[in-house]
Design a protein around this ligand. Structure first.
Ligand code: MG
Length: 239
């Protein structure tokens, strides 16, 4: 059963607030999953190609020693932290290689869900409607996303809609539109999200929406403009 921690972090007043008419919306990347192992594996595979190493052998050696941490946004922050230097061509090729594979089905299997996330979502799902709202491209990442969520035991049945991006619209505007479309059908909406730009955009337009901020990593485009309950990459305190 749901313990009182859940209600308190959602700033609910009582258990009776957790009713059918509350919709729970979960982002995926850096909200449910640490995606740094995906990036690390892509970088490792990049280095396995000798034609990539040949672009800048010294840089290739340096890159091999750099470890992507779970608080890193992509690989750029890790390179910056380690004061990584390389030829333009090397970094350009690495960036293209990373982008091509990161936004694909092929490496999603390397993502690691945050502790307790699977159990937490299953508890929520047994009490309330739950959907996923991700900036991942449906065209490029749908199959891998479904496989991974199911493999890891996240609730994904007919009623757990998986909303993915169908075009190249900015994530914050795309998510705002989706959330607005759900508002008439639910008394309360709670969104779990790691990106301040998205939270701020939606909160400004829809002040009644509740957020839980996942303090993992984000684009650094904005800081949070409002206070929200926080999850520190670990859902177990909520179980
Ligand atoms: Mg995210």
């Amino acid at each position: 059963m749901i313990k009182s921690d859940i209600e308190s972090i959602l700033q609910f007043n009582s258990k009776t607030e957790l009713i059918e008419s509350t919709l729970f919306i979960f982002d995926i990347d850096s909200t449910l999953y640490n995606v740094s192992p995906r990036t690390q594996t892509i970088v490792d595979h990049f280095l396995q190609h000798s034609k990539n190493q040949d672009l800048d052998p010294e840089a290739a050696k340096d890159l091999q020693k750099i470890k992507i941490q779970k608080s890193d946004w992509g690989f750029g922050e890790a390179l910056e932290r380690e004061n990584f230097r390389s030829s333009f061509k090397f970094t350009k090729t690495l960036t293209e290689y990373w982008r091509q594979h990161f936004f694909s089905n092929d490496y999603l299997q390397f993502d690691q869900y945050y502790p307790g996330a699977v159990e937490y979502l299953n508890i929520i799902n047994s009490h309330s409607p739950l959907i996923y709202l991700t900036g991942r491209s449906r065209q490029k990442m749908e199959a891998g996303t479904i496989d991974k969520l199911k493999h890891d035991g996240f609730p994904l049945n007919a009623e757990n809609t998986l909303i993915m991006k169908e075009n190249t619209e900015a994530d914050n505007l795309y998510k705002l539109k989706v959330v607005e479309s759900y508002m008439p059908s639910y008394q309360r909406i709670v969104i779990y999200e790691n990106e301040p730009l998205i939270i701020n955009t939606i909160k400004e337009k829809c002040p009644n929406i509740h957020f839980v901020f996942i303090n993992s990593t984000h684009s650094r485009k904005e800081n949070l403009k409002y206070n929200h309950p926080v999850i520190e990459m670990d859902y177990t305190p909520l179980l």
